[in-house]
Design a protein around this ligand. Structure first.
Ligand code: 5GP
Length: 192
């Protein structure tokens, strides 16, 4: 997606450890106008797939996923990373290793939110090694719902997340694909 590519190239910062910092428009401050365009792009891609719910992982996926759910006129489910005493008694949980924080967390969904009649779109901000999104896939499958696809804003194609998800039989649509972040330079994948 052209506008997101330009934003990444102009405002993203390639850090030493293969991490792209996008705090200016996605992870800290949010460019709402850009998020609306991102949501329209996801909606165009997935509108014929019979999606009943959009799912994301707290917290940086929420802004684009919320607007995508609005475009598709379906509810949004936010998977929780922090255990909460209030809602969580009857839940599915799965352990996920965090790429940016070097720790792990228990991704959680209440059992009553998805049924076998649901066909879901999973949205996340980044795809790196695919840990977060495959955790979401496991929770959807534990809930007996089916997966229409995965929508990612920024895929780091030099890490193996896409391969992992393809092996799980799931198709991934990424708006921007990064080939390399070496030497502080952001290089995009050249599409034919
Ligand atoms: P994965 O689970 O695919 O290894 O990593 C995906 C998660 O880690 C995303 O939800 C995102 O929050 C975070 N992440 C991975 N790589 C990056 C990155 O380069 N920059 C930022 N800002 N977050 C990242």
């Amino acid at each position: 997606m052209k506008r997101l590519e330009e934003k990444v190239l102009n405002e993203g910062k390639a850090l030493q450890n293969g991490v792209l910092k996008v705090d200016n428009f996605l992870n800290h401050q949010v460019d709402i106008d850009l998020m609306e365009e991102i949501a329209k792009d996801f909606a165009t891609e997935f509108k014929e797939k019979g999606i009943t719910k959009v799912i994301t992982i707290e917290s940086s996926g929420i802004a684009p996923a919320l607007l995508t759910a609005k475009e598709l006129k379906v509810p949004l489910i936010i998977l929780k990373k922090q255990p909460s005493k209030v809602i969580y008694q009857d839940v599915h949980q799965t352990v996920v290793a965090s790429f940016t924080k070097d720790t792990s967390y228990e991704l959680t969904i209440a059992k009553n939110l998805l049924t076998e009649d649901d066909h879901v779109l999973i949205i996340d901000d980044f795809l790196a090694y695919g840990e977060a999104v495959s955790g979401a896939v496991r929770l959807v499958r534990l809930s007996h719902a089916t997966i229409a696809g995965i929508g990612i804003l920024i895929e780091k194609s030099f890490q193996n997340g896409r391969e992992k998800l393809t092996e799980m039989g799931i198709s991934v649509y990424s708006q921007v694909k990064i080939a390399s972040l070496e030497d502080g330079k952001i290089t995009l994948v050249e599409e034919e």
